[in-house]
Design a protein around this ligand. Structure first.
Ligand SMILES: Cc1cc2nc3c(=O)[nH]c(=O)nc-3n(C[C@H](O)[C@H](O)[C@H](O)COP(=O)(O)OP(=O)(O)OC[C@H]3O[C@@H](n4cnc5c(N)ncnc54)[C@H](O)[C@@H]3O)c2cc1C
Length: 402
């Protein structure tokens, strides 16, 4: 067991931190206030080769390990949740899913430009009437010769207005429930695709989230990811990677909440001493510190399992559940420590609190992860080997090509 970051990981961490300090933190308050998503940030992340950090070099990435992706996400969310969310959907939910399930042609056509950051990718699972209950989805895909015709709508889709490619889940057989779901790679340029941003969000206001409408969209059969009826398994395996990035981001939010709180504890005085000297304030700091450590260890354990090529649904769910709850608590306590000043956007902590709520809802709500962990402990749930695996790291030719 080795708890130290490698030299490469340390240098990526430093690079992302410098990037966030220079490009995101000075602008984020204004972007958040104006609900502005800045696409130039994704371009710059691509220049730094961070849009495909854990994608093999053969497919346009830099071929680093899965925990390096966690490090990128942690550091990005120290700046703001919006850009970490972008990497979560682009790399975690979309590109890594094509890496795991895609044909060689799909990898060449879609994964390579995505890993290079030349094309941006999103993930369309949720619908107006189907969130936690994925099988309740109503979007349909009807086979017509060499095409499928997709009809329906997706909602709460991150990067909806920005993405070039979407991974869309639709029912090819309505009577089969979750076994009737199939996954498709859909390009924005296909006729009948429209998107619309959701306004008035509680947090992640600097992020782009919204609806995707599919109206008689003709999708070539070659764009079906996996087999017909395999979509539910593909979606769940995508979430193993998305949740991992969300958990890593939550570590960054705890870190940012702690950083802001420590600074304020030394600046602010009450009753003749720094507020950090009051034991009840120390308790909040101690909780943040402990949760930072616990959450980071859970994330790295899940990443280690990914590197080994082992299934990690249970461990990833645990990391996501614990770290997102802890991030919400840390942001809440950070506002408390800042007193009334924490209640205004003069300090970043009110944004942390607003941002910390969505990750407790998306990629499996707090309740869904609680149930999953209960079921694992009771022996009601177990993970079986999937037809296609995410390649182990270091990447070997045989495991990354089909
Ligand atoms: C900012 C943001 C970005 C998002 N980005 C994406 C994206 O890129 N792609 C995408 O596909 N989706 C995305 N989502 C959607 C997200 O994944 C869903 O909101 C989430 O899965 C929950 O679904 P729901 O909102 O329909 O809630 P519901 O499933 O309707 O749940 C409502 C409440 O009931 C509880 N509940 C539901 N079922 C149970 C149960 N069995 N037992 C106990 N409690 C239960 C839930 O925990 C929750 O508290 C995003 C959401 C947000 C907020």
């Amino acid at each position: 067991m080795n708890f130290e970051l490698t030299e490469e990981q340390q240098s990526v961490k430093k690079m992302v931190r410098r990037f966030v300090d220079k490009e995101i933190i000075p602008n984020i308050q204004e972007w958040d206030r104006n609900g502005h998503f800045e696409p130039a940030i994704l371009k710059k992340l691509a220049e730094l080769q961070l849009m495909g950090v854990c994608i093999p070099e053969e497919y346009g990435g830099v071929g680093m390990d899965y925990n390096t992706l966690a490090i990128v996400c942690e550091e990005l969310e120290r700046g703001d949740t919006a850009y970490r969310t972008a990497v979560s959907v682009h790399t975690g939910l979309n590109s890594m899913t094509i890496l795991q399930w895609g044909t060689e042609e799909q990898k060449q056509k879609y994964l390579v430009p995505q890993a290079l950051g030349h094309k941006i990718a999103a993930f369309g699972l949720t619908e107006p009437n189907a969130g936690s209950d994925v099988a309740a989805m109503n979007t349909t895909a009807t086979r017509d010769g060499d095409y499928y015709v997709l009809n329906g709508s997706k909602t709460w889709i991150s990067l909806c207005d920005v993405a070039d490619n979407f991974l869309i889940f639709a029912k090819t057989d309505h009577d089969l429930g979750h076994k009737g779901i199939t996954a498709f790679i859909v390009e924005r340029s296909f006729d009948g695709v429209q998107t619309k941003a959701i306004k008035g969000k509680l947090g992640i206001r600097a992020g782009n989230t919204g609806e995707v409408f599919l109206m008689d969209v003709k999708v070539p059969v070659a764009n079906r990811l996996g087999e017909e009826g395999e979509g539910f398994k593909i979606a769940m395996s995508a979430l193993d990677n998305g949740r991992f990035t969300v958990a890593a981001g939550a570590v960054g939010l705890i870190s940012a909440s702690l950083e802001a709180s420590l600074k304020y504890c030394h600046e602010r005085k009450t009753f003749g001493k720094e507020i950090g000297k009051h034991q009840l304030v120390q308790q909040m700091i101690a909780n943040m510190s402990a949760n930072l450590e616990i959450s980071r260890l859970l994330v790295f354990k899940a990443g280690w399992l990914k590197n080994q090529g082992k299934r990690n649904t249970k461990e990833t769910s645990l990391a996501k559940w614990i770290s997102c709850n802890a991030a919400f608590d840390a942001a809440n306590d950070a506002v408390q420590i800042h007193g009334a000043y924490g209640y205004s956007d003069e300090y970043p902590v009110e944004r942390f609190l607003r941002n910390s709520k969505a990750p407790v809802i998306y990629e499996g709500t707090r309740e869904i992860h609680t149930i999953m962990q209960g079921e694992y402990a009771l022996g009601y749930r177990e993970d079986k080997l999937l037809r296609k695996q995410l390649p182990a790291w270091p990447f070997e030719q045989a495991s990354i090509t089909n």
